[in-house]
Design a protein around this ligand. Structure first.
Ligand code: HEC
Length: 185
């Protein structure tokens, strides 16, 4: 009886690590809280541009969360932890580890997920300002395509992209559930 009480008390501290973590529901919130301020678009603080942690798919050719077993290596590297100053808790590390161990796929998105939206705010002399929004508050990584060619990354919130002249503007957006493609009017 005493053991059971202890087990219940400990169990109350943190939720169980999901047996097969979902990228959108379980992994992306950890990356959003602890990684994307440096490993987003633009990468800041000396973080390499080649690692983009705001999208599962490699949308603008600069890397993607899905391909990086190194994520797990660095979050549990005591000599060079990621994030550099405030290491993740054991629960977050276990979720990332379990996700990679179970294949690192997208898994099931949240059942009530809404796809993201994009708006072309201004288009001036080849400089485009694009707002990306998500009703669920998911981090959204994306890319701008002009006449079918990727010209640069876009991200949650407002991004400015320098783009060559062209007729058809499209964005690819990844909210963790899937990549969608939208035409910008
Ligand atoms: C305060 C900014 C900052 C935060 C927050 C941060 N990183 Fe980093 N990250 C860096 C910098 C700077 C480097 C390059 C220097 C190095 O490797 O230590 C880096 C390098 C890395 C690398 C190696 C990339 C390569 O191609 O060599 C990985 C993997 C990584 N970070 C993962 C993460 C993960 C996962 C998180 C969140 C759990 C995170 N980082 C949070 C700044 C940050």
């Amino acid at each position: 009886m005493k053991l059971l009480v202890v087990a219940l008390t400990l169990g109350a501290c943190a939720p169980d690590v999901p047996s097969t973590p979902s990228y959108q529901a379980d992994v992306q919130p950890i990356l959003a809280a602890s990684c994307i301020r440096c490993h987003g678009v633009p990468a800041i603080g000396g973080a390499p541009e080649s690692l983009r942690l705001d999208t599962y798919a490699d949308l603008a050719g600069i890397g993607a969360a899905s391909f990086r077993g190194s994520i797990v290596a660095r979050v549990s590297d005591e000599a060079r932890p990621m994030p550099p100053r405030f290491p993740l808790g054991d629960w977050e590390i276990d979720v990332l580890q379990r996700w990679v161990d179970t294949g690192g796929g997208r898994g099931d998105p949240r059942p009530d997920n809404h796809p993201p939206t994009a708006t072309l705010v201004t288009r001036d002399a080849g400089v485009l300002t694009i707002d990306v929004e998500d009703a669920d508050g998911d981090v959204v990584g994306g890319a701008l395509l002009v006449d079918g060619v990727v010209v640069g990354p876009v991200a949650s919130g407002r991004t400015t992209v320098t783009a060559p002249a062209g007729n058809i503007l499209r964005v690819q957006l990844d909210d963790g559930a899937a990549v969608i493609e939208l035409e910008l009017p």
